[in-house]
Ligand binder design. Structure first.
Ligand SMILES: *Cc1c(COP(=O)(O)O)cnc(C)c1O
Length: 359
């Protein structure tokens, strides 16, 4: 059996069946059905956010967010090269320029002290990532954005259930986007969310994701990014089991940490913020040891992932300024398997292999 970095969580199947029965009764399969609406309400309640729009995935959520803040071709957006490729590739896909700003070597998030030096007349927005759920320096970033009149979009794909100073992290910036992909902490198989404080912006987004229709007629430029009732049903089931999911992940996370803390370096957690235990990244002394260990684990059918490798500033279709810190971290980081159902024997096997390859 393959042990992967993640295993999508599946909720109580009987509950899912109940939702399917309701779909079979009312024949509402997609297009803002009752389950999608209910999911949006429950997510607002659970996350303590004013508004969320449920969309097809986290990638299109970013693309819609760029439209909502009025970005236009050739505008520049300052972002981090240490993320999943979608953060930057969506900018290029929309004809925008991703301008890379290096990360902090301890937090792995964008280094807010370096943002100002990347700003020019074309700069219109900042796109930071709460990487591995670690909150960015949201207050510093807000100050920079105010001074230079820039918008802020947070790619919060990893930050489900993360608070910053008693407030949900999704309430910072102009817009935050979420991914509800099967491998994420909370998921709807495929799915995503757009979060903002402004109801008018959400209603505009609701038109854009439905081909730009208003009263069934073309009204503005749009795309199709609606999600289905089947996806919403999965989300509703999983949301009910979140307490269990978070507890289990914390238990698995703590076990790794207590066994590995003397042998590896770790991401420095933002002190104003909680850990959602979405990922368990460890930092090796060098790439050679990482590759040797990875090879040994793969031989035992264990497949941690090199999140995030390579640093996005090295990709030929994205590259601009070199970001040496991001490149260094990307070369030395490995995310260990963490998911509900990962047993202690497997964790022990992983821990043993990591320790025996240290030199
Ligand atoms: C998963 C992820 C995305 C993309 O989300 P999808 O729902 O898979 O499209 C974007 N950004 C980050 C940081 C991610 O981890």
């Amino acid at each position: 059996m393959h042990i992967n970095v993640n295993k999508p969580y599946l909720p109580d199947i009987k509950k899912y069946h109940q939702y399917l029965d309701s779909i079979w009764k009312n024949h509402h399969l997609t297009n803002f059905g009752p389950l999608s609406t209910l999911l949006e309400e429950k997510l607002c309640e659970y996350l303590k956010i004013p508004h969320i729009l449920f969309v097809t995935n986290g990638t299109i959520a970013l693309q819609i967010a760029y439209k909502l803040i009025g970005l236009k071709a050739t505008d520049e957006v300052i972002t981090t090269p240490f993320s999943f490729v979608a953060t930057s590739s969506t900018l290029s896909w929309e004809g925008l320029k991703a301008k890379f700003c290096d990360i902090d070597k301890k937090t792995f998030c964008i280094d807010s002290k370096k943002i100002a030096s990347k700003i020019n007349q074309k700069t219109k927005a900042i796109l930071p990532v709460h990487v591995f759920g670690n909150a960015c320096e949201v207050e510093e970033i807000e100050k920079i954005a105010k001074t230079h009149q820039l918008k802020i979009i947070y790619d919060a794909a990893h930050a489900f259930g993360v608070n910053y100073k008693e407030k949900n992290i999704l309430n910072y910036g102009d817009i935050s986007t979420l991914s509800f992909h099967a491998t994420k902490l909370f998921h709807t198989i495929e799915g995503g969310g757009i979060v903002c404080q402004d109801w008018a912006m959400i209603s505009q987004a609701k038109e854009i994701i439905n081909f730009g229709l208003k009263n069934s007629l073309p009204y503005t430029l749009g795309i199709n990014a609606k999600n289905s009732e089947f996806h919403a049903a999965m989300g509703l089931c999983i949301l009910e089991e979140m307490d269990f999911i978070l507890q289990e992940r914390q238990r698995i996370w703590d076990y790794y940490y207590s066994n590995l803390k003397d042998h590896f370096s770790f991401q420095k957690q933002n002190q104003n913020s909680n850990n959602n235990h979405h990922y368990f990244p460890i930092l090796f002394e060098n790439e050679t040891i990482l590759l040797k260990t990875l090879h040994a684990l793969n031989n035992q059918n264990i497949f941690p992932r090199r999140y995030f490798y390579p640093s996005l500033d090295t990709l030929p279709f994205l590259k601009n300024n070199e970001c040496p810190i991001s490149r260094d971290i990307a070369n030395r980081i490995l995310c260990l398997p963490i998911y509900i159902g990962l047993d202690k024997n497997t964790q022990d096997k992983i821990i043993k292999e990591l320790k025996s390859n240290l030199s």
